[in-house]
Design a protein around this ligand. Sequence first.
Ligand SMILES: *Cc1c(COP(=O)(O)O)cnc(C)c1O
Length: 227
Amino acid sequence: MKNIADRLNQLQSRLRSLENQYHRPPGSVNLLAVSKTWPVETIEQAYQAGQRAFGENYLQEAENKISALSSRDIEWHFIGPVQSNKTRAIAGQFHWCHSVDRLKTARRLSAAADKNHPLNICVQINISGESSKSGINEYNAAALCEQIVELPGLKLRGLMTMPAPADNLEEQRQPFRRLRRLLESLNATGLNLDTLSMGTSHDIEAAVAEGATIIRVGTAIFGPRGG
Ligand SMILES: *Cc1c(COP(=O)(O)O)cnc(C)c1O
């Protein structure tokens, strides 16, 4: 039975070899450890193994962990649905928010953000247009991004997606390719986005192949949730 440190090491070497295979610069794919449902002690184990970026979906659950681990040098990423009444707490405690899909949410995060420490933002795109109800339609992304870049306290970094599950590499690559092309088209209009947040435990290779800069991995590090 493997521990968290072994899994993290294995995952990092897999990322380096996939970067090489798909002609990505070494170290260009960053691992976000998705620690939802896991307790502070589990996060601490990953931290001791060198992991610094952690992703959480539920604010209330995250707040306890963030305060318990406040002495640690952790970068916290909010990746769950953003409720309007939670924007102040998210802006105050997280370094990133990957799941912005409405201007109203962005405005509220902006109003609450510390102007000296901008909150990094990804716009969540509903790329397959089906399963997931979160995320904006890709055709509306340009307008939303243009408004978000104007908001103080926010730094628009890029796009995030959580596509419908698919079981072969080529099918998994399609939505990620669309997200990459969308980012490229936004950059061609003058935006300066450097982040593609895409890929989870089951489609890591597809995500690296299509240009992911952050992959959000839970199960492959911590094991099955609730199992
Ligand atoms: C849970 C979750 C992940 C991680 O999924 P795994 O299959 O456990 O790797 C990634 N992104 C989001 C938005 C999630 O909710």
